[in-house]
Structure formats: structure tokens, C-alpha cells
Design a protein around this ligand. Structure first.
Ligand SMILES: O=C(O)CNC(=O)[C@H](CS)NC(=O)CCC(=O)C(=O)O
Length: 272
């Protein structure tokens, strides 16, 4: 396994023109490849955000087939930020895919926690009216690193990240479409806390721009296991990159053994 590799995160302003969104995704993946990225990650709902909800795509399907071709063309890993995944007669899942450089989908994750809120700024969202929550915690061991997967609102649930860290996750990818109202106060502290408490990298590709339901906060960022923000996007659609050095994880965990010194004997949480 390489100890160091280059990770790119894409910030998008996805709107309700799916054809344009797919073109934008392709353009920014090409840009990430030109920056010699080994892996590129895209934001939540990367192919469509509109006032109504698209019906879901099969996986594999049109959007993921495009990503698989691009992964092979550019010989890189692609973490496909989420799309609406069809679920038979039921509401679709909000699902991300993880694609290897051979263009194969090796993992997929459906968002566990549904964003059902009424915010002081008037933002009212009921994600559970439009999506079915996932049922599984997903990590993937690869020759690059061991990755963990979450989506957006999931980042408010530290137990999910702790379980993925205990399952060996070294880099946790959290595609998002955060609201401006919550993002201005919570985005950075939540992401940095998940990185610090688990001594792992956290990568958050985000949506930016005004959308039909709420304005998106943006601030795509890559955070190291110490909690330093090692790359952060301007408020435009763009690609940011950072070098991932997995040896940092071991050195930080040797200094601060917060994972090892957990009091499982006291917590008695059946799941962990
Ligand atoms: O609805 C769509 O089009 C795509 N899905 C989203 O944008 C989701 C659900 S509305 N957004 C969030 O979960 C924001 C979480 C957030 O902002 C927080 O936790 O503070």
C-alpha cells in the first residue's frame, strides 16, 4: 500500500439541468486528473438538485456508468458523491458509489440519517419525505487506504465515524449539501471534530450556490488527522487537492491514543 497519495475534492453548483451537471462532473474529474490525483471525490446529489426530485437511477446506471468510464480513462479512484438510487416501488436511497481505477464499483453507501428540520431562518426540509434511509455502515479496504463513507447530515453522528474508525477507516469521505444557515456555524467544527477524535482524514466535497430548497454553504475541505484544514475551496465550483500521508495517522494515535483508550468496559454499547 502506498503511504502517500493525492486526493482531489470537487465543489459543484448542481442545479436542475442533469445534462449540464453530468458535463460539469466530467470537466472537473478531468481537471482532477490533470492535477495528478490518485482519487477524486464529488459532492452530494452531484447530478441533480431541483425543486422536485428526480426518480432514482439504477446502480449501475447512467451516471455511475459515466463515472466508471472516467475512472478507467484517467486511471483513478472516483468517490461518486451521492445520487438518487432507485429502490423498487419505495422512495429512493441517497447513495454514493466508490469506483476503482478499473472502472468497477467496489462499494456503495446509502445515507443513514435523514435531514428532517425546521430552521430559524425558515428553511424547512424533510428528507425522509423523499428518500429511504440506508441500513448499513460501509467501509472499503483498498491498496490506496481504508475508506469510510458518510453523507452530509451523517456528520452530526460521531458514533458512525467512531465505528468506521474502529473498522479501520483511515480516510472518511463525506459528500455534502449543507445549508448556509447551519454551515456557517457547524460545518467546520463538525468535520474537524470527526477528524480529531478518530485521528483520521476527513474529506468533505460540497455543493455551493443558491438552490431550490436552500442556499448551499460550500467550503469543500480536506482535514488531516490532527484536525488541520489542509485544503479549502473558494466559494466557486472548483477542484481542490491535498497530499494524504497515512503515516500521520499512526504517529498521532501514538501521541494521543484516544481510540485505544476507549472505556468499552464502561460504555457497554452493544454495537461497537
Ligand atoms: O435535498 C437534496 O436535494 C439533497 N439532499 C440534501 O441536500 C440533504 C438533505 S436536504 N442536505 C442535508 O442533509 C443538509 C444537512 C445540513 O445542512 C446540516 O446537517 O446542517
Amino acid at each position: 500500500m502506498k503511504n502517500k497519495f493525492t486526493l482531489a475534492a470537487i465543489q459543484l453548483n448542481t442545479q436542475d439541468d442533469k445534462e449540464q451537471n453530468l458535463k460539469d462532473m466530467e470537466r472537473y474529474i478531468a481537471q482532477a486528473a490533470s492535477k495528478r490525483a490518485d482519487i477524486v471525490a464529488l459532492p452530494e446529489m452531484m447530478n441533480y438538485i431541483g425543486k422536485d426530485y428526480l426518480e432514482g437511477e439504477e446502480i449501475p446506471g447512467r451516471t455511475t456508468n459515466i463515472l466508471c468510464k472516467l475512472a478507467k480513462k484517467y486511471n483513478l479512484w472516483i468517490h461518486g458523491g451521492s445520487i438518487s438510487e432507485s429502490n423498487g416501488e419505495k422512495l429512493p436511497f441517497n447513495t454514493t458509489v466508490f469506483i476503482n481505477p478499473n472502472g468497477e464499483i467496489i462499494a456503495k453507501y446509502s445515507k443513514l440519517h435523514m435531514f428532517d428540520v425546521e430552521l430559524k431562518d425558515g428553511t424547512k426540509v424533510r428528507e425522509s419525505d423523499h428518500f429511504t434511509p440506508g441500513e448499513e455502515i460501509v467501509t472499503a479496504q483498498t491498496d490506496l487506504a481504508t475508506f469510510g463513507f458518510a453523507i452530509c447530515y451523517d456528520m452530526r453522528f460521531p458514533e458512525l465515524f467512531r465505528i468506521m474508525a474502529l473498522q479501520g477507516a483511515q480516510v472518511i469521505i463525506v459528500p455534502a449539501n449543507f445549508t448556509m444557515h447551519t454551515g456557517k456555524d457547524h460545518w467546520e467544527p463538525l468535520l474537524r471534530a470527526r477528524a480529531i477524535e478518530n485521528a483520521c482524514y476527513v474529506v468533505a466535497p460540497a455543493q455551493i450556490g443558491n438552490k431550490s430548497r436552500f442556499a448551499s454553504y460550500g467550503k469543500t475541505m480536506i482535514i488531516d488527522p490532527w484536525g488541520n484544514i489542509i485544503a479549502k475551496a473558494s466559494d466557486i465550483p472548483c477542484v481542490i487537492t491535498a497530499e494524504i500521508d497515512l503515516s500521520l495517522i499512526a504517529s498521532i494515535r501514538a501521541q494521543i491514543p484516544s481510540i485505544k483508550s476507549r472505556r468499552e468496559d464502561v460504555y457497554k454499547l452493544e454495537r461497537i
